[in-house]
Ligand binder design. Structure first.
Ligand code: SAM
Length: 322
């Protein structure tokens, strides 16, 4: 197993199935143009082989399928069919929820038990302003249907000063009432926000600010979370839980176990590093040739992790998978 000086190793793999997305969120895509699939994206078969090789070479235990928007990808069904057979402890998916109702039978058949749905506001006009695509009612209906089908739902919200701070409490209540766990994601210095400090600071909302806001209405206490969890988790007694992925306020680099594979075959060991390692060609090779080469690249990718804190990165989240 490949382990670094801090005892970190890769356990969690995030696959960006495609860089295409039906949204163009303001904090992700600055020019408002929706991203399309890259010309040189890997096939579903090559990606599934990548997962199999990474299970063996890195000891991957859990897989999250993300993007771009994974539900827009024509590769979804073939990929899910293949990775469902690999004996992973957990397979989950992050989606904006726009196509959730339509793709639900496929997800359920493939054995998906939990999903994260990104939703930044319950206000339809603000939704259009932030997501610049899709429709709020469709997302809410998709979550209702997924929940009725037995899927566990976490909702990801990026709080943004001046855009959706007034939605923190409505979204929290909405989630508590339905048994969804709301996860606030502190804005990250990714893509254009890595170089535009003003834009970042103007919009950034910290863990402490969120807790103050929530504390005005609810009593909460810190709850247990796995050692390598990225979220700080809180319980509101008698109501449910919420979490905060506090990249800036409580960096989790020291225990980070994530590895990312982009839709075009690049391994990223750290969101905050511009280093990446091409493995697309290895995925067409037989196991005995691919694995030794992969091990070398995994060592490099692990070496890309930050020691202590997340410092940001120029890569757009949609390319690398959030
Ligand atoms: N399309 C899917 C979705 O919307 O969930 C998956 C990909 S999206 C890039 C994954 C997550 O990254 C979303 O929850 C999104 O809000 C988050 N994200 C994107 N850019 C971000 C940034 N600069 N800071 C914090 N979160 C970001």
């Amino acid at each position: 197993m490949i382990v670094d000086r801090q005892g970190r190793r890769f356990r969690n793999l995030r696959i960006s199935l495609t860089s295409a997305c039906n949204y163009a969120c303001t904090y992700c895509v600055p020019n408002g143009k929706r991203l399309v699939a890259a010309q040189d994206e890997l096939s579903a078969e090559a990606m599934a082989r990548g997962v199999a090789y990474l299970i063996e070479a890195a000891g991957i235990e859990r897989l999250r399928i993300t993007g771009g928007e994974p539900l827009v990808s024509p590769k979804l069904e073939a990929f899910m069919g293949a990775v469902g057979q690999m004996g992973l402890d957990d397979i989950s998916l992050t989606t904006n929820g726009q196509l959730l109702a339509r793709k639900l039978p496929l997800l359920v058949d493939a054995g998906i038990r939990r999903i994260n749905v990104s939703l930044d506001t319950l206000d339809a006009a603000a939704f259009r302003g932030i997501a610049r695509g899709g429709d709020l009612a469709t997302v809410l209906d998709g979550m209702d249907q997924a929940s009725a089908a037995g899927l566990k739902i976490k909702v990801n919200m990026v709080p943004l000063r001046g855009q959706n701070l007034d939605q923190v409490m409505p979204l929290l209540d909405y989630c508590l009432e339905r048994g969804y766990e709301l996860r606030f994601i502190e804005l990250m210095r990714m893509g254009h926000l890595a170089s535009d400090s003003n834009a970042f600071l103007q919009q950034f909302v910290s863990l402490q600010q969120l807790l103050s806001l929530i504390g005005e209405r609810y009593e909460y206490q810190q709850a247990d979370a796995p050692v390598d969890a990225t979220a700080v988790r809180y319980a509101i007694p008698g109501r449910g839980h919420f979490g905060v992925i506090a990249n800036e306020s409580v960096p989790f680099c020291r225990t980070c176990s994530r590895l990312r594979l982009s839709s075009t075959g690049w391994l990223h060991g750290c969101l905050s590093s511009s280093n990446r390692h091409y493995v697309g060609d290895l995925l067409d090779k037989p196991r005995h040739q691919a694995l030794p080469a992969l091990q070398g690249l995994l060592m490099k990718a692990l070496g890309d992790k930050q020691e202590v804190a997340f410092s940001g990165g120029a890569t757009v989240m949609k390319i690398i998978g959030g």
